[in-house]
Design a protein around this ligand. Structure first.
Ligand code: 5AD
Ligand code: SF4
Length: 448
């Protein structure tokens, strides 16, 4: 019997890519390929790529350079580029001096077995059609068992924010069915899952075409699978955050009180240029509504520094908004022009030094705010889901609060996957530190 051909897969970019990689591995597993963690023994090396910013692409190019070098000693190695860069750059990736044999976009993964087989026989391949319907709803992703999983519930994006390539690389919005999402998660719960994050570029646009269920319905259905399962979701667009969704989060104890709600900028003029379709006023009103319905909610955001035409005044408005909202965390990015987007045509007129300075100001401000918000938890017990050993010390374990804060504590009698209370005695802007309380202490005694 032929030994199984071995696939090595590396994933870059967002959690959606991590989830897609599990779909890819499932498709290849069903076709008889084996997975390897060791590049040296691979027959096929795949990279699932991100195109959201220039530096994400540069990292992948660096890696492809290493694969090219490897091919010198292993000429039979098949190299494939998957995901958003494949979709964006298409046949450019196959140019003669590159090491790439396969280019496969996010909606073409079902064709992987056929294309990989041909590539192993020496034939280069490209498949980059976007689909209006492909959602891999019937494919059970190949995951390693664990207490946490990411489950993609919708794909694509119709928002066309002017800075963003996603609508071009991932195509139009389409959703899986409630039935299949629930079935998949229920299966994982039977194997010990304790926390699930429902994923989509814009989860608020989720709609089950068969039943008409919206995202709030889906979230409630997932929360009902098991009351001890923590349910998270990302990403939400401020325009589509409905009252029904807010009420659903408030009503279900096991839907985490944590919302990632990207604002991008605090200037209405820039928001208009970004095509974000809301004003700062609307956003602030939405946050007020969320906080009234879910008092202990934690909020995080995405912010872009140096969007075309952004002035010092616009930037100050962003700082003011960040100060006003008091986020628990922020992901901050330097604007990176992407070809084919509307913003590309606006030029890239903010000098790099200014972008970096503005970015750092947002980061510093948010760090202070995060520290303040974390300090408010010192001396309190917070409930965590125990995740496992801390990266920094063998004696310590980590877990997260439902508000998505990382807690580090001496392991003692903690076991992975259980809910425990930790009394917080010290914090920094990113982490809480404390001591486990006895296991008999009741759940839900505190909000993190
Ligand atoms: N430049 C910088 N940041 C970007 N993002 C998306 N496109 C760009 C870009 N061209 C950021 C946005 C988005 C997050 C996922 O990435 O803040 O919310
Ligand atoms: Fe990109 Fe905007 Fe869609 Fe998010 S909502 S994926 S930023 S276009």
């Amino acid at each position: 019997m032929n030994p199984k051909r071995k696939i090595y897969l590396e994933t870059y970019g967002c959690q959606m890519n991590v989830a897609d990689s599990e779909v890819v591995l499932s498709i290849l597993d069903n076709a008889g390929y084996a997975r390897t963690e060791r590049l040296a023994e691979a027959d096929v090396a795949l990279v699932n790529t991100c195109a959201i910013r220039e530096n994400a692409e540069q990292r992948v190019y660096g890696r492809l350079g290493e694969f090219k070098y490897l091919k010198k000693s292993n000429p039979g190695l098949v190299v494939g580029v998957l995901g958003c860069m494949a979709e964006r750059l298409r046949k450019d990736l196959l140019q003669s001096e590159s090491s790439v044999d396969l280019v496969i976009g996010p909606d073409e993964y079902r064709r992987l077995p056929e294309l990989v087989e041909h590539a192993l026989e020496g034939e280069k391949g490209i498949a980059v059609r976007l689909s209006r319907v492909e959602n891999y709803d019937d494919i059970i992703p190949l995951r390693t068992d664990g207490i946490s999983a990411w489950v993609s519930v919708m794909r694509g994006c119709d928002k066309f924010c002017t800075f963003c390539v996603v609508p071009f690389t991932r195509g139009r919005e389409r959703s899986r069915t409630v039935k299949n999402v629930v079935r998949e998660i229920a299966g994982l719960v039977e194997r010990g899952l304790k926390e699930v994050t429902l994923l989509g570029q814009n989860v608020n646009s989720y709609r089950d075409q068969e039943t008409g269920s919206d995202f709030a319905d889906l979230l409630a259905a997932v929360a009902r699978i098991d009351s001890s399962l923590r349910v998270r979701f990302t990403t939400s667009h401020p325009q589509d955050m409905s009252d029904k969704l807010i009420a659903t989060i408030a009503r279900h104890d096991n839907i985490c009180n944590y919302i990632h709600l990207p604002v991008q900028s605090g200037s209405d003029r820039i928001l208009r240029l970004m095509n974000r379709t809301y004003s700062c006023n609307h956003y602030v009103g939405l946050v007020r509504k969320i906080r009234a319905a879910i008092p202990h909610v934690s909020l995080s955001t995405d912010i872009i520094a140096g969007f075309p035409t952004e002035t010092t005044e616009d930037h100050k408005m962003t700082l003011d908004l960040v100060r006003q909202i008091q986020y628990d965390g922020a992901f901050t990015f330097k604007y990176s022009p992407r070809q084919n987007t509307k913003a590309w045509q606006m030029g890239d007129d903010v000098p790099d030094e200014d972008k970096i300075e503005r970015l750092n100001e947002v980061i510093d401000l948010q760090r202070e705010i995060s520290l303040d918000r974390n300090r408010a938890l010192t001396g309190q017990p917070v409930e965590i889901l125990v995740e496992g050993p801390s990266k920094k010390s063998a004696e310590d374990f980590t877990g997260r609060t439902e508000t998505n804060k990382t807690v580090v504590f001496p392991k003692n009698d903690a076991t992975v996957g259980e809910y425990r209370l930790v009394s917080i005695d010290r914090v920094n802007s990113a982490t809480l530190f404390g001591m486990l309380l006895p296991a008999s202490t009741q759940r839900k005694a505190a909000n993190g």
